[in-house]
Design a protein around this ligand. Structure first.
Ligand code: PGA
Length: 254
């Protein structure tokens, strides 16, 4: 085991792996690699944000070195902004394409894209769920953790059985995400996200959490009450959940 790495199983059944910040991306990439070794054409759900960026970089490095085969992997999206169509700079689809899917060679034939066109969005969300089913469900869903405990765009108050749907975003989330693009683009106020129920239906889940500012919410997620006030706490209701945290994010865990 690498020095400084702590692995624990919490009494909720969640596996927690705490690593130095410099190993965060590689620890997260290990989740993907382990899954693809077992099932080369696994369906994997990918998040956007600063949290998973080091994982994407590590996966691309492994692919370049020939130690990781992404040629059969199928990818699905966790969330996006309503109205983020075309080359909109806020589009999570464009972000993922740029940072991971294009350099990894994952084309649109192996990607299930979250619908973002406001016209007919409710029907499109239902179709998204049907397409997930047709793919055989999600083998591994990767998630970031919002400062308010959101997973995907399931903000506090989210129902445990919700499916893919449109959600109004909270001020915490719009402010946190405004940093991702220049101020000429108004921050979207609605997102489209897999529901909590969709996420919990994945056969395995990896929650990625880094940085001191996430320490409080990680503690609430793992040790506070399970309920809609902290949507991520619902992860404690399902069997196969791995939390990868860096030491700063894990600082408030006993
Ligand atoms: P972050 O977002 O990676 O930008 O901190 C995580 C999230 O909100 O899911």
């Amino acid at each position: 085991m690498t020095s400084g790495v702590i692995t624990r199983t919490l009494d909720t059944g969640i596996h927690l792996r705490v690593v130095p910040a410099s190993e965060f991306g590689s620890a997260a990439a290990d989740l993907v690699q382990t899954m693809l070794r077992r099932k080369p054409n696994a369906v994997i759900g990918f998040p956007t944000g600063s949290t998973p960026l080091p994982m994407y970089q590590d996966l691309l490095r492994r692919q370049r070195q020939g130690t990781l085969d992404l040629t059969q992997m199928r990818a699905v999206m966790l969330d996006d902004y309503l109205g983020a169509t075309g080359d909109d700079p806020v589009s999570f689809h464009n972000w993922l394409k740029r940072e991971f899917f294009d350099p990894a060679g994952v084309g649109s034939d192996r990607l299930l894209r979250m619908p973002t066109d406001p016209e007919g969005i409710e029907e499109a969300c239902q179709q998204y769920e049907e397409r997930l089913q047709r793919l055989g469900g999600v083998d591994l869903q990767l998630l970031g953790l919002g400062l308010n405990g959101h997973i995907g765009f399931n903000e506090p108050g989210a129902a445990v059985d919700s499916r893919t749907h449109v959600v109004p975003l909270t001020a915490t989330t719009t402010v946190a995400n405004a940093a991702y693009w220049d101020s000429s683009r108004k921050v979207p106020e609605e997102g489209v996200t897999m529901g909590v129920g969709t996420i919990l239906g994945a056969r395995a889940i990896g929650l990625l959490v880094n940085g001191a500012r996430k320490a409080d919410i990680l503690r609430s997620t793992l040790l506070g009450p399970i309920g809609p006030d902290v949507p991520a706490s619902f992860l404690r209701n399902v069997a196969d959940v791995q939390v990868i945290a860096d030491q700063e994010a894990a600082a408030l865990l006993p």
